[in-house]
Write a protein that binds this ligand. Structure first.
Ligand code: UDP
Length: 380
C-alpha cells in the first residue's frame, strides 16, 4: 500500500513514553503494525522519541509532561505551539496523504482551519468528551477532517458537532494480547488490583472501602498527580495538595490505606506491572466516569485476569458479562462480584484479548478508516 501518514503524537512525552502515557502508548502500539501493513509513517513528536518510524519530524524540543499539571488553558498553549510546528511542516511538503492526529481539541480545530488544500485528517478522541464540549466547538473542516472514538460509547456521548464528523470507533489494543493464549499461567494470588491514575473518576476510594467491608486484600497501583512513589508524595509536603488528585487521595483514599488490607504501591511499570495484574484474582474498575477507552481493561484480559467493574463508558463493549468479567450498575455490589469472580475462566479472558485487542486488529481497523476518510475528502 502506498500511503504516507503524518502521525501527530503531541508535545507531551516521547514515544514510546518512559512510564505512564496514554496517547503515546496508543501511538507506540499502532505504528509498528501500520508499517507492517505497508503504511509509511512520519511521526510528529518531541525530540526524544525513539519509536522506529520512516521519518521523525521533531516539532517540539522536549517532552512537556509537567505542563499537564498546569491549568488547562496553559496546557492548550503548549499544544498550540506544537501544532504550529506541525502545520508549518505540512505546508512545506506534498507527500503526506493523511494526518492522523491525537492532540486533544486544539488539534482538531487547527487542522480544520488549514483550508481545503491540506491533506485529509483523522482525529482520534481520547477523552470523556461530554464534559468538554466547548473545547470541540470550532470544528469546521467540512469533509476533510473526521474523527473517531476509542469506543462506541465515547462517540455516542460526544457533542453533536463531533458525532456528525465521526467515522466510527477503534478499540484500544495491547501488545500483551499477542500470543496471550500461549503465556504460562502465573500462580494466582489472593489480591485484587486497581490499575490506573488515582483519580475520583477511577474510584479508588470505593475500592478501598469495599476491601475493608468484604475482606479482600487490595493493591492500588498508579500515580497520584505527579507523584509516582509513596515516598515522593510524603516528601512533597502541603504544597502537593494544590493538585486535585492529591487532595482526593489524601482525603478519600489514604484514610483506608493501612499497608496491610489496602496498600498503595505507586506506579508499577513493565514486568512488575504485568506480574501484579497477572497474579491478581481480579482487576477492579469502580468507575465514576464514563471510561472512554480502558487500556488497563484490555491489558487485564490479555494477562488472564477477570475484570470486575461498574458498567460505565466502554466497559460493556470490552467485557462479556459472565465470561470475561462481571459488571454492575451499583457500586455497592462490586465487593460481592469480586468474591464471585472466581468462576470466570482466565483462558476465556486471554482468548478474548487475542481475538479482539491485538495491535494488528487495531491497525487493520485504522487502515480501513484512513481509506474512508480519504474517500470522503475526495468525494467533495
Ligand atoms: N499504568 C501503569 N502503571 C500504573 C498505572 C497505570 O503502567 O501503575 C498504565 C496502564 O497499564 C495503562 C495506562 O497506564 O496502560 C492507563 O491507561 P487507561 O486507558 O487505562 O487509563 P487513562 O489513564 O488513559 O484514563
Amino acid at each position: 500500500m502506498s500511503l504516507t501518514v503524518l502521525m501527530n503524537a503531541g508535545p507531551w512525552l516521547s514515544v514510546p513514553p518512559p512510564g505512564y502515557g496514554g496517547i503515546e502508548n496508543v501511538v507506540a502500539t499502532l505504528v509498528p503494525e501500520l508499517r507492517r501493513l505497508g503504511v509509511r509513517v512520519v511521526l510528529a513528536s518531541v525530540d526524544t522519541s525513539a519509536l522506529p518510524v520512516d521519518e521523525l519530524v521533531s516539532v517540539f524540543p522536549d517532552g512537556q509532561f509537567s505542563a499537564l499539571q498546569r491549568p488547562y488553558n496553559q496546557v492548550c498553549g503548549v499544544a498550540q505551539a506544537h501544532l504550529a510546528g506541525v502545520v508549518r511542516e505540512l505546508h512545506s511538503r506534498d507527500d503526506i496523504d493523511l494526518v492522523h492526529d491525537h492532540v486533544e481539541a486544539v488539534g482538531l480545530a487547527t487542522l480544520a482551519a488549514m483550508g481545503p488544500d491540506a491533506p485529509p485528517a483523522l482525529h482520534t478522541l481520547h477523552w470523556d468528551l461530554a464534559k468538554h464540549p466547548a473545547l470541540y466547538g470550532h470544528l469546521d473542516g467540512g469533509d476533510r477532517v473526521r474523527v473517531n472514538g476509542v469506543s462506541a460509547s465515547q462517540v455516542a456521548r460526544a457533542p453533536q458537532a463531533l458525532r456528525e464528523h465521526s467515522v466510527g470507533h477503534v478499540h484500544l489494543a495491547t501488545p500483551l494480547a499477542v500470543d496471550a493464549l500461549r503465556q504460562p499461567r502465573p500462580l494466582t494470588g489472593d489480591h485484587v488490583v486497581v490499575l490506573g491514575r488515582i483519580n475520583p473518576g477511577k474510584g479508588q476510594d470505593v475500592a478501598a472501602r469495599l476491601a475493608h467491608r468484604c475482606g479482600f486484600p487490595l493493591v492500588l497501583a498508579g500515580p497520584v498527580g505527579p507523584y509516582h512513589r509513596p515516598q515522593d508524595l510524603a516528601a512533597a509536603g502541603d504544597e502537593a495538595r494544590q493538585n486535585p488528585d492529591v487532595r482526593f487521595f489524601l482525603d478519600e483514599v489514604a484514610p483506608h490505606v493501612d499497608g496491610d488490607r489496602v496498600r498503595w504501591v505507586g506506579t508499577v511499570a513493565g514486568r512488575d506491572r504485568d506480574d501484579l495484574v497477572a497474579s491478581a484474582r481480579v482487576t477492579l474498575f469502580p468507575l465514576r466516569w464514563e471510561e472512554p477507552g480502558g487500556t488497563a481493561v484490555v491489558e487485564s484480559l490479555a494477562l488472564g485476569t477477570p475484570v470486575v467493574a461498574t458498567a460505565r463508558g466502554c466497559l460493556p463493549e470490552l467485557i462479556d458479562h459472565g465470561r470475561t468479567g462481571l459488571l454492575t450498575d451499583d457500586e455497592e455490589q462490586l465487593g460481592e462480584l469480586v468474591l464471585a469472580a472466581g468462576r470466570i475462566d482466565p483462558t476465556e479472558c486471554r482468548r478474548e484479548a487475542a481475538a479482539r485487542f491485538t495491535p494488528a486488529v487495531m491497525a487493520q481497523r485504522y487502515v480501513e478508516l484512513y481509506e474512508r476518510v480519504r474517500q470522503l475528502a475526495s468525494a467533495r
